[in-house]
Design a protein around this ligand. Structure first.
Ligand code: HGY
Ligand code: MN
Ligand code: MN
Length: 419
């Protein structure tokens, strides 16, 4: 490993930690769709790209876009990137690492121009925290940032459309954010966010597919009443109903191999100690590599919620927030990544991603593939999330080999590699 790749890796980690400072919360990292800290993020990244003569633009969906030109003008593009938004109290690497590694690979080119341009993309919203709907940024690139999504409202009743305008962008220009038709592909470096690479003793993995996911909202509707005077048999307690159902969610998921089901957020109304709850609103996140298993689990859990509500004479509302199919990555790019990882002296671990990623959206339109970096302790979506500098070095080296392979692949440059 050359010293300067070591220094590059240290700089990547320092830059991730720098961006983690741009947050809506003091003392922890939270950066949601088009919040003010997202603008600070864009400005900071622009300072890293200026010395490379790579101007930064922000498209109408709030995605950071920056093109490192090819040897020839009007050449097709390869996109490399990830998302810049975070979950609340997040780590410093989920998403941003992929954008910063894209920049590091351009810096590693030291001015060399390739047969294709490299477009760095920093998606504005992948997690789905603000509006309950993930992938807002990447959907704009594939033409799926539609009216229904633009009308979605956050907890303050601000719509996606309004949030875009408040950020100084023009929703009417969203069509211009779409991918160019000759885009050659999309690569995303991302932390694994799980234990597989660490258990295998490998620094890098190649993603073969991204598990499908369903996200729903369930609301149990009972009747508020006095906690002190209402006998237990005369209650219509929404929290008690929700609690019964949540244990059923966990029991069901434990009973199906590789199925994961999560109630991640819970809101009760009126939410007072001395009031039997009238309403309990919960989110459900269900994932499995088989779309059929996932769909059946969602059906079973919805039926169970209905039964709990009926048994307790409560009513139930539920709504889909997201339904993404399991998405295969592009076989040609998967093969190229495997080769590039081997050139770093590592054995590529072929994996299925349990986490969702923008690559599953881009894959609708262009060949997409992901490189995973080991996640120490498998910890993510938490400030304890980390990466090892050795592994970042390996990722940079893998990326350099990968660009070299793609630059000498006529099949890739003519777009004939598409599955
Ligand atoms: O939730 C996920 O799968 C990812 O962190 N967006
Ligand atoms: Mn995440
Ligand atoms: Mn992520």
């Amino acid at each position: 490993m050359t010293v300067d790749i070591r220094n590059r890796a240290l700089q990547v980690i320092a830059r991730c930690q720098r961006l983690a400072c741009f947050s809506e919360d003091s003392g922890s990292t939270r950066r949601i769709f088009l919040s003010p800290p997202m603008r600070d993020c864009h400005h900071e990244i622009a300072t890293w790209l200026e010395p490379l003569d790579v101007p930064v633009k922000v498209d109408a969906a709030g995605n950071l876009r920056a093109v490192y030109p090819a040897a020839e003008s009007n050449a097709a593009r390869l996109l490399i990137g990830s998302h810049l938004d975070t979950v609340p109290n997040s780590g410093a690497y989920d998403g941003v690492l992929g954008v910063i590694l894209a920049i590091a690979l351009i810096e590693e080119l030291r001015g060399q121009r390739l047969p294709f341009a490299i477009e760095v993309v920093g998606f504005s919203e992948e997690e789905g925290v603000r509006f309950g709907a993930p992938f807002i940024g990447s959907r704009a690139l594939v033409g799926r940032l539609d009216q229904e999504l633009l009308d979605r409202r956050d907890a303050q009743q601000i719509s996606v459309r309004q949030a875009i305008e408040d950020f100084g962008l023009n929703p009417a220009q969203i069509p211009q954010a779409e991918l160019q038709t000759d885009t050659l592909g999309y690569l995303e470096f991302h932390i694994e966010q799980g234990p597989a690479l660490e258990n295998a003793g490998q620094p890098l993995g190649v993603v073969e597919a991204i598990s499908g996911q369903s996200r729903l909202q369930f609301t149990f509707l009972g009747r508020a009443n006095h906690a002190g005077t209402t006998p237990m048999h005369l209650r219509y307690d929404a929290i008690a109903a929700a609690a019964e159902w949540i244990t059923a969610v966990e029991r069901t998921a434990r009973g199906v191999p590789d199925l994961v089901a999560t109630v991640g957020s819970f809101e009760a109304k009126p939410g007072a100690t001395n009031v039997v709850a009238a309403e309990a609103r919960l989110t459900l996140d269900v994932r499995h590599r088989s779309d059929e298993v996932r769909a059946r689990a969602v059906e079973d859990l919805t039926r169970e919620a209905d039964k709990v509500a009926q048994r307790r004479s409560l009513s139930l509302r539920h709504a889909y927030m997201l339904d993404e199919q399991t998405t295969a990555m592009d076989p040609f790019l998967v093969g190229q990544i495997g080769e590039a990882i081997e050139k770093t002296g590592c054995t590529p671990l072929h994996m299925v991603s349990g986490a969702g990623h923008d690559a599953m959206i881009l894959a609708e339109k262009v060949p997409a593939a992901m490189i995973f970096l080991r996640t120490p302790g498998g910890i993510s979506h938490d400030p304890a999330e980390s990466v090892a500098v050795d592994d970042v070095e390996k990722a940079i080296s893998c990326g350099v080999h990968l660009l070299d392979q793609l630059a000498s692949s006529a099949q890739f440059q003519q777009g004939t590699h598409r599955a």
